[in-house]
Design a protein around this ligand. Structure first.
Ligand code: KIV
Ligand code: ZN
Length: 523
């Protein structure tokens, strides 16, 4: 079933999934995505059955505008939303970015809590009410589907919140979002808040209510589900729960909670759960944010049974310790895939099975890397292919690429790296020493692509088991308060380290062009 007009949906048990991985998720420190990566994520979200994709904040930068516009053009099923502050220029820019969407939504917001109005907005409550009316009606002049959010809604005085919601609905808002912006609410409070607003606001039945929860106290998923019990029928969430600070509610968790416990949570979504693992891996790869091993639904240990008692129970009957099957969320059993004699066709088929459809050039590059890997590694697993292809997707359009690397390491020292980078098509080589081989490599990168960014994180993990496993390295760089994370995979840990550093540098180049919009000010 496709639901192209989620706001008009009034099926009592149907919960609309509003994914904000590309907007709130991308606001996570270090999680920025390139244009091409955003398109990849939008494609999988659409395939997953997300009702609304919040594609970005068009006024924030030319890059955000272009990615929202391109996503609006290419996405076939989901409604595309763009974020806008309560200002005419934001709303008009957002509408322009959404011009080609089959179904477009403008999502406009303003703070309503005393602390935000006084210190951030420096506005009187009456002025905020005026801004709500003018911003929502301006948005309605562009599109029929308008969402209004009360930023810091859970710390807003109830009487004022009700007046704000009534004003927004009168001005034409079709969805009302009451975010727990600072992750402060408890489930009981949040459920009661929705009940209270829906009971007290006279025109409440004219809008769909929405939850948007941050995870500062680890309650984002519980609060989201509580809000639904209180009458909300839209959940705003992100893949892997990425988002500002501790993140947002994880899409995979809210969806699987409703699916696994329909007795307690009798609601439906349009999500194809079998794509959850794939979506999680892609978002992890493009943001370079690792998924914690014990993360619900998509963590690598989510379906692993370690203790003898559990394993014994599982062998007798999987229901003893498994409340959902790994297959239901798209986890395939680790399998030996191919060796060095596998051909291009088999490789393409394998990619399809893993959920990838690459263009001809990307396929060719990935195939070359696969052959190289198969020459060096005895057993090639699905996980190896995923790491390799994700790395290829992430680096395909980079300005700077690692072309060649030779390292001298060992006890004698000094450790030396001879590195060739391809910078916008031009090859440049430099030899550097360092306090260890990784330091030598990073010094060589700095010499070839000078920058002031500080190294905040260097982390290595093995993709599979065995000493010939591929290493996956994450590098986080920060510059002027902006941080980015890059990831690289290769059987050679040092090559993976060089790739990861260069990936982070490429993201920094993109991020430099992007400035965060100022908070709205009075006057
Ligand atoms: O957390 C928040 O309040 C937001 C709004 C912009 C919806 O992200
Ligand atoms: Zn948020």
């Amino acid at each position: 079933m496709t639901d192209n007009n989620p706001s008009a949906h009034r099926d009592a048990d149907r919960v609309v999934i509003f994914d904000t991985t590309l907007r709130d998720g991308e606001q996570s420190p270090g999680a920025s995505m390139t244009f091409e990566e955003k398109l990849e994520v939008a494609d999988i979200l659409d395939e997953l059955g997300v009702d609304i994709i919040e594609a970005g904040f068009p006024i924030a930068s030319q890059g955000d505008f272009e990615s929202v516009s391109e996503i609006a053009k290419r996405v076939k099923n989901a409604t595309i939303a763009g974020l806008a502050r309560a200002a005419a220029k934001d709303i008009d820019r957002c509408a322009e970015a959404l011009r080609h969407a089959r179904n477009a939504r403008i999502h406009t917001f303003i703070s309503t809590s005393p602390v935000h109005m006084k210190y951030k907005l420096q506005m009187e409550p009456e002025k905020v009410l005026e801004m709500i009316a003018s911003s929502v009606s301006r948005a309605r002049n562009h599109v029929a589907d308008v969402e209004w959010s009360a930023e810091d809604g859970t710390r807003t005085e109830h009487d004022f919140l009700c007046r704000c919601v009534e004003t927004a609905i009168n001005a034409g808002a079709t969805t009302i979002n009451i975010p727990d912006t600072v992750g402060y609410a408890t489930p009981q409070e949040y459920e009661a808040l929705f009940r209270m607003v829906r009971e007290r606001v006279p025109n409440a039945d004219k809008a769909v209510f929405s939850v948007h929860c941050h995870d500062d106290l680890g309650l984002a998923v519980s609060n989201s589900l509580a809000g639904v019990r209180g009458g909300a029928r839209q959940i705003e969430c992100t893949i892997n729960g990425i988002g500002e600070r501790a993140g947002n509610a994880a899409l995979e968790e809210v969806v699987m909670a409703m699916r696994t416990r329909p007795d307690a949570l009798p609601y439906r979504t349009n999500i194809d759960a079998k794509l959850l693992t794939r979506a999680s891996k892609l978002v992890s790869a493009v943001t370079s944010f690792p998924v914690q091993y014990n993360k619900a639904i998509v963590g690598r240990n989510a379906f692993a049974h370690e203790s003898g008692i559990h394993q014994d129970g599982m062998l007798k009957n999987a229901h003893t310790y498994e409340i959902m099957t790994p297959e239901s969320v798209g986890v395939s059993k680790t399998s030996l895939v191919m060796g060095k004699h596998s051909g291009r066709h088999a490789f393409k088929e394998k990619l399809k099975e893993l959920g990838y459809e690459l263009g001809e050039n990307a396929l060719e590059d990935a195939f070359k890397r696969f052959k190289d890997l198969a020459d060096r590694k005895k057993l090639v697993y699905d996980e190896d292919i995923v790491a390799l292809v994700d790395d290829e997707i992430v680096t395909a359009n980079d300005h700077i690429k690692v072309a060649a690397l030779t390292v001298i390491a060992g006890t004698a020292g000094p450790q030396t790296a001879a590195l060739t980078l391809d910078i916008d098509g031009e090859k440049k080589t430099h030899q550097a020493t360092g306090n260890g081989p990784v330091d030598a490599i990073f010094n060589a990168i700095k010499a070839l692509a000078p920058h002031e960014a500080a190294l905040e994180l260097f982390q290595v993990h093995a993709v599979t088991e065995g000493t010939d496993a591929q290493a996956e390295v994450s590098v986080r760089l920060s510059e002027d308060g902006k941080s980015v994370t890059g990831r690289g995979a290769d059987p050679d840990t040092l090559v993976a380290s060089a790739r990861a550093y260069v990936a982070a540098l490429n993201k920094l180049i993109v991020k430099r062009a992007k400035t965060k919009p100022e908070a709205m000010k009075a006057g």
